[in-house]
Design a protein around this ligand. Structure first.
Ligand SMILES: [Zn+2]
Length: 255
């Protein structure tokens, strides 16, 4: 019996050593190989109405954030992710990015208090024509986010389908919205998300020309290849549910 316990202890210690070695190797290979960084995509943080895939209730959002904490995930900024993709930095083994689209007021009233509770940062992609209207964040709220280490990104002026817009109109949507955010928040707007995930053949070139350095799609993938186009970065649509969240973050479920 004693020797059995002894063997068991040796086995357990190997498992732990193996795990830490794996983590170290994982960190060093990050530089050249695929990055496993889920970029979470949220819209509304409100009690879900039936069949609304864009709402996550505050209680579920809290449980999702808590799961990240309990499972030792590190919430990094999109800028951190971007630098790692350029191979300038190495990320922690379990990194995750949180993003919100559109600029709904519940992102400020419901999501942000939960983010603060866990000391997590997030990137908010803002549609400038919505700012200050009922149900949308105003400039004071956006300034509050920007002043408290949240990232702000572009999401056009009017949330059009960019795939259906003439190049000249796309250009206006990209450039003017960027200028409006930069002027009012006094920060540089580097990142962009395509409204509805849609883009045309000229959109990436227009984004580059407008001065954005990276853009996110709605294409679902948690693994980022070193060759991935930084203007077509994949994200994960998050549902009002913890079980699918865990599978998506771990990368065990694709869609
Ligand atoms: Zn949107």
């Amino acid at each position: 019996m004693k020797s059995f316990i002894f063997l068991l202890l040796i086995l357990i210690s190997f498992i732990f050593i193996g795990d830490s070695v794996f983590a170290t190797v994982n960190n060093t290979v990050n530089k050249s190989k695929t990055l496993h960084v889920p970029i979470l995509m949220y819209h509304h943080i409100v009690k879900r109405k039936t069949h609304d895939p864009y709402s996550v209730s505050p209680e579920v959002f809290d449980r999702q954030m808590n799961w990240l904490k309990q499972n030792n995930y590190q919430v990094i900024t999109y800028a951190d992710f971007y630098q790692a993709m350029l191979k300038k930095t190495i990320l922690p083994a379990k990194s995750v990015v949180i993003t919100f689209d559109d600029g709904d007021i519940d992102q400020y009233t419901s999501a942000w208090p939960i983010l603060k509770k866990y000391h997590y940062s997030a990137l908010f992609y803002i549609t400038t024509n919505f700012i200050g209207h009922t149900h949308w964040m105003n400039w004071k709220m956006l300034k509050d986010l920007a002043d408290n280490n949240m990232e702000i990104g572009g999401h056009t002026m009017s949330h059009p389908n960019l795939a259906k817009l003439a190049a000249i109109d796309q250009q206006r949507e990209l450039i003017v919205s960027k200028k409006i955010l930069e002027k009012n928040l006094k920060i540089k707007i580097n990142f962009f998300a395509y409204p509805g995930g849609a883009y045309g053949t000229s959109t990436v070139a227009l984004l580059q020309k407008a001065g954005y350095i990276s853009a996110a799609t709605t294409q679902h993938n948690v693994f980022h290849r070193p060759t991935e186009n930084l203007y077509l970065v994949s994200r994960i649509h998050i549902d009002d549910d913890l079980a699918s969240f865990i599978q998506f973050v771990k990368g065990t479920r694709v869609n």
